[in-house]
Each structure stands twice: as structure tokens, then as C-alpha cells.
Design a protein around this ligand. Structure first.
Ligand code: 5GP
Ligand code: ZN
Length: 120
């Protein structure tokens, strides 16, 4: 698995070659607002290493993926999601064609904010 793919849009965001509205950055991950949000709050959490999708994930990725999931709740609140349980958010990882994955660099969608078309 190569660390960076020169044709990958998220590798370019990681490297700062394409601008993004950052929510968080550290040595192993970056988080930034989605350019076409599906929800009032919608950001993506991306490992800096180029992993195409969940399908390529193995035990060697457990650390970074665990740290990404463990950071998501704090970033969600900082990005404007309302607290659980009245507020909250969805965490989604599209994987492959049947899930509609468009960018083949692993990313976690975090989506929150009121969605009046849903009951409850
Ligand atoms: P996927 O369908 O692969 O799970 O989601 C890819 C997401 O990346 C989409 O929601 C899309 O709007 C977002 N996206 C694609 N290109 C860019 C970009 O250049 N900048 C940002 N911020 N988001 C992007
Ligand atoms: Zn990439």
C-alpha cells in the first residue's frame, strides 16, 4: 500500500495541494468539511496514508482507525453538532460501488444537525 497516490484528490488535500476547510489535523489524520454537504454539519475524517477503502483495512490499521473513531465525537461537537441524545450525528463509511463510494481514499463521513424530514 503506497503512502500517497499522486492522482488521489484526498492525498492532494492531505498534502495541501488542494485547499480544504479543516476541522482537525495531526500526524496521521486530517478532517475537513465536505464540499457538497448532505447534512447541516458534514465533515470527513481521512487517514493521511492512502488506503483506498475499508476493503483494504487490516489489523495494522486498527490503531489509526480506532483513534479516528474515538476523536469523532469531540470533532462533531466542535463542528456544530448538538449533544447526544437530543442532537447527535451519523457516522458513515461508504465502501465500493454498491455503497456509492466516489473517492477511493478511505474517509469517515460525520453528519449532524437537525434533519426535519426525519421523524423523531
Ligand atoms: P464518498 O461518496 O466517496 O463516500 O464521498 C466522497 C465525499 O467527498 C463526497 O461527499 C464529496 O462531496 C466529497 N468531496 C469530493 N471532492 C472533494 C473536495 O475536493 N473537497 C472536499 N472538501 N470534499 C470533497
Ligand atoms: Zn489518497
Amino acid at each position: 500500500m503506497s503512502h500517497s497516490d499522486p492522482n488521489c484528490i484526498f492525498c492532494k488535500i492531505v498534502e495541501g495541494k488542494i485547499p480544504s476547510r479543516k476541522v482537525h489535523e495531526d500526524e496521521e489524520m486530517i478532517a475537513f468539511h465536505d464540499i457538497h454537504p448532505w447534512a447541516p454539519v458534514h465533515f470527513l475524517m481521512v487517514p493521511k496514508a492512502h488506503i483506498p477503502s475499508m476493503a483494504q483495512v487490516g489489523p495494522e490499521h486498527a490503531g489509526v482507525l480506532g483513534r479516528m473513531m474515538a476523536l469523532a465525537p469531540r470533532l462533531a461537537l466542535e463542528a456544530g453538532c448538538q449533544p447526544y441524545p437530543a442532537g447527535g450525528y451519523r457516522i458513515v463509511v461508504n465502501t465500493g460501488e454498491h455503497a456509492g463510494q466516489e473517492v477511493h481514499h478511505l474517509h469517515i463521513h460525520v453528519m449532524g444537525g437537525p434533519r426535519p424530514w426525519l421523524k423523531g
